[in-house]
Design a binder for this molecule. Structure first.
Ligand code: ADP
Ligand code: ZN
Length: 291
C-alpha cells in the first residue's frame, strides 16, 4: 500500500465530501459538510486538509466547470446559480491554500474514473457514468481517457422524444423538456406531486422514467459504445428502475447493436455503481494521483 496521502473533494450542489486517502482508493478520514456560500464552506475544507500532509488534491465538482487547461478561467465553476459559486476559481483557491498539484474534473467524470479504477468497470478501458439526481449528468472514459472536447459533455441535456401521454412541460430552465427536464428527481416530483422516494409502488412513474432514461442510454451506446454503463444518483435508488431501463434499451435498439453485452447479458452491462455512494470521492482520489 502506498504511504503517500492524497486529498479528494466531491463537491456537490448539496454537500461537499472531503477525504484524505491513497490513490489505491482507500480512505483514511472523511468529512461531509453542506454546500453553503463558499465563504462558509471553503475555510472548513482548508481546515480539514491542513490536518494532514497531502501531496496532491483531486476535485470532482458540480458544474458547469472550466476544465480546459488552456483557458484563462481553467479550474473555475462557471455559470451556476448557486450563490457565491458562479465564476468561483476553485483550483486557484485550493492551490494557494494547500500548495499542492490539483486535478480538476466534473463530478461525473470523477465518478467514472473511480468506477474504472476500483468499481463496476474495473479491468475495462471504457465506461459511462450517469447520475440521475437533482440534475442529470454523465461522464465517460474511453480508451482510458476522460472524454473532453471544447468543454465537458453535458449528457443530461440531450433531447428526448416525449411520451405521447405525458403532458408535463419539463423542469429544465434552459430547454424545458430535455432529458434532465423530464427525468431528474425534481421533474418526477413536479410531475407526480410527490418525491420519488414516496412513489416506489407507483408502476407508471417508473415506466415513464425508464422510457426517458432508456432513450438517453441508447444514444450514448450508439455514439460512444462504452463497455459498461453505470447509473447512480438518488433516483436510481429505486431498484425496480434497472430492469425497466434495460428492457426499454433492448426494445429501442431492436437487436441492431449485436454484441452479447447488450443482447444477452444486459444485467451486467447497465449496472449500479460498484463503489456505491463512494464512486465520486474515490474518483477524486484517483484524480489526485493523476495530478
Ligand atoms: P444530488 O443530485 O443533489 O447530488 P442525489 O443524487 O441524492 O443528490 O439526488 C437527489 C434527487 O434524487 C432528489 O430530487 C430526490 O427526490 C431524488 N431521490 C433521492 N432519493 C431517492 C429515492 N430513494 N427514490 C427516488 N428518488 C430519490
Ligand atoms: Zn436541459
Amino acid at each position: 500500500m502506498s504511504e503517500v496521502l492524497v486529498g479528494g473533494i466531491e463537491a456537490g450542489g448539496t454537500k461537499f465530501v472531503c477525504a484524505v486517502g491513497r490513490t489505491d482508493g482507500t480512505i483514511e478520514e472523511r468529512m461531509v459538510i453542506p454546500t453553503l456560500h463558499p465563504e462558509e464552506t471553503i475555510p472548513k475544507v482548508f481546515e480539514f486538509f491542513k490536518k494532514h500532509e497531502i501531496s496532491a488534491l483531486g476535485i470532482g465538482s458540480f458544474g458547469p466547470v472550466d476544465i480546459n487547461k488552456d483557458s484563462p478561467t481553467y479550474g473555475s465553476i462557471t455559470t451556476t446559480p448557486k450563490p457565491g459559486w458562479g465564476n468561483y476559481p476553485f483550483v486557484a483557491v485550493m492551490k494557494e491554500a494547500l500548495d499542492v498539484p490539483v486535478g480538476f474534473q466534473t463530478d461525473v467524470n470523477g465518478a467514472a474514473l473511480g468506477e474504472m479504477a476500483f468499481g463496476a468497470a474495473k479491468g475495462l478501458d471504457s465506461c459511462l457514468y450517469l447520475t440521475v439526481g437533482t440534475g442529470i449528468g454523465g461522464g465517460a472514459v474511453m480508451s482510458g481517457e476522460i472524454v473532453q472536447g471544447l468543454s465537458h459533455p453535458e449528457m443530461g441535456h440531450i433531447l428526448v422524444k416525449r411520451h405521447p401521454e405525458d403532458a408535463y412541460q419539463g423542469a429544465c430552465p434552459y430547454h424545458r423538456d430535455c432529458l434532465e427536464g423530464m427525468a431528474s428527481g425534481p421533474a418526477i416530483e413536479k410531475r407526480w406531486g410527490k418525491k420519488g422516494a414516496e412513489l416506489s409502488g407507483e408502476k407508471e412513474v417508473w415506466e415513464l422514467e425508464a422510457y426517458y432514461l432508456a432513450q438517453a442510454l441508447v444514444n450514448y451506446i450508439l455514439i460512444l459504445s462504452p463497455k459498461k454503463i453505470i447509473l447512480g444518483g438518488g433516483v436510481m435508488k429505486q431498484p425496480q428502475l434497472f430492469p425497466l431501463v434495460r428492457k426499454n434499451v433492448q426494445t429501442l435498439l431492436n437487436n441492431y447493436v449485436n454484441v452479447s453485452e447488450v443482447a444477452e447479458n444486459i444485467e451486467n452491462y447497465i449496472v449500479s455503481p460498484g463503489l456505491g455512494d463512494n464512486a465520486g470521492i474515490v474518483g477524486a482520489l484517483v484524480l489526485a494521483g493523476k495530478a
